[in-house]
Write a protein that binds this ligand. Structure first.
Ligand SMILES: *Cc1c(COP(=O)(O)O)cnc(C)c1O
Length: 434
């Protein structure tokens, strides 16, 4: 079958395809740069696997207590060596990113301590962990106070206010790399490094944690290369490479990571327990694929930015900005447009493509949320997905794609659904082609 007919048979019209192809012509150089980063990160992962002499014995399942689990221990060494940290906790018993962050925070903060976010409001689900929104078992309930310094209007750090906010009680500083559901820039590892250096100058010995969700392998460096005491993330995002079926990681100093292990299991037990239940092959292979998968997702994000900016929508990051995570926000301006966009992403999926996404009240989130995903791993957002809280300015957050080709199809399909709904017109597309 002819290529255009192939696209048409799957639901992408000739007009939409041509519009997309023209935009892609201008992106070749940027894509080459992304491939370079992926190549570099691929070597980091392979070196770490070679150094730790990974072999078939590492893939064996353990059950029960999981004592002497060589595969689990070596996987943690591979993470630590790749991210250049002393230690790592990488476990299927960490249920998601929020859980990993909650473990890292509650393990390293004691009653009377203060937590500081110098980068504004943390990700939605962390607000209950911290107690910004009242919740049972929040850090606030355990006597940990919280302080926040907002970013300046241009998205940069408010250094004077941060210096003032760091006090005697400040024990841990949390920095979120990715924008999450906020319309602010994501930070480069170098920017994060600057902020860490500033905080540690204000208060030597303060612990710095970086919420690294969606940032892994986007750049050749990680925040741990710039002095972060802990970096934390989810295995159903970048580092799981789409294959890890569950899990989270905390990489950092021996002291911080050991405390996390005692909090996750029990004081006295720490890292010595935790059966792998047979999923180590997927965790290893997923980490091996993660640099490439992340590169595909990045290309998708850049393509989406260019498509929607060309059509006159506000996109964040904009079409030409450097990237620090795999999230692409598009301000669609209405509930209807959010729904149409998500229908397109859903329709492009290999799994659940027949499902119609609808807004719903999701646990941990304040507003109604719409999500589109047709994933092999439920809720995996390294797989092609789009989501966003239904509130002005009606920004949709687009991410993932296990392959670049799938990401591309998803974006073309989202545009097709906006065309079908009459929100984007053929005239708008023609007007904006050169
Ligand atoms: C996804 C995400 C989280 C939470 O991860 P879950 O796996 O959804 O619990 C936290 N912070 C940021 C910035 C995220 O993107």
């Amino acid at each position: 079958m002819d290529r255009n007919l192939m696209f048409e048979s799957i639901g992408v019209s000739q007009t939409v395809l041509e519009f997309g192809e023209e935009i892609l012509d201008d992106l070749r150089e940027r894509f080459a740069k992304i491939d370079e980063t992926a190549e570099y990160n691929q070597m980091k992962v392979i070196s770490a696997m070679q150094k730790n002499r990974i072999d078939a014995a590492c893939f064996a399942a353990t059950t029960g207590y999981g004592y002497n689990d060589v595969g689990r221990e070596k996987l943690e060494r591979v993470y630590a060596d790749t991210f250049h940290t002393e230690a790592a906790l990488v476990r299927p018993q960490i249920t998601c990113g929020t859980h990993a962050l909650a473990v890292a925070l509650s393990a390293n903060l004691l009653p009377g301590d203060e937590l500081l976010s110098p980068v504004g409001m943390p990700y939605d689900t962390l607000q209950e962990v911290i107690g910004i929104r009242d919740a049972r078992c929040s850090l606030k309930e355990y006597g940990v106070s919280y302080r926040q310094v907002d970013l300046l209007p241009d998205g940069s750090f408010d250094y004077p206010a941060i210096e003032k906010a760091i006090g005697e009680k400040t024990k841990l500083i949390t920095i979120q790399r990715s924008k999450g559901y906020a319309m602010r820039p994501s930070f480069s590892t170098a920017q994060i490094g600057e902020l860490i250096a500033f905080c540690k100058k204000c208060k030597p010995g303060v612990t710095v944690m970086v919420d690294n969700c969606y940032g892994e392998f986007v750049e050749p460096t990680e925040p741990s290369d710039f002095g972060a005491d802990m970096i934390v993330g989810s295995l159903i995002k970048n580092p799981g490479g789409g294959l890890a079926p569950v899990g989270g990681y905390i990489c950092g100093t021996n002291e911080c990571v050991q405390r996390c292990a005692f909090r996750l299991s029990a004081p006295g037990l720490g890292q010595e327990v935790g059966a792998n239940l047979g999923i180590l092959p997927a965790m290893y292979q997923g980490f091996f694929l993660a640099p490439t998968v992340t590169a595909g997702a990045l290309k998708g994000a850049i393509f989406a930015a260019n498509v929607y900016e060309r059509l006159g929508f506000r996109v964040l990051p904009d079409a030409s900005e450097p990237r620090h995570d795999i999230i692409q926000a598009v301000e669609l301006g209405s509930r209807e447009a959010m729904v149409a966009f998500c229908k397109g992403i859903q329709a492009a999926a290999p799994v659940d493509s027949y499902v119609n996404p609808e807004p719903w009240a999701m646990p941990g989130y304040d507003d109604e949320v719409i999500m589109a995903a047709g994933a092999f791993v439920q809720g995996s957002s390294i797989e092609l997905s789009a989501d966003g809280p239904i509130r002005p300015p009606y920004g949709i957050y687009f991410q993932g794609g296990l392959t670049w080709y799938h990401a591309k199809l998803g974006i073309l399909m989202s545009l097709q659904k906006l065309v079908d709904a009459g929100i984007v017109t053929t005239e708008m597309m023609k007007e904006h082609t050169k």
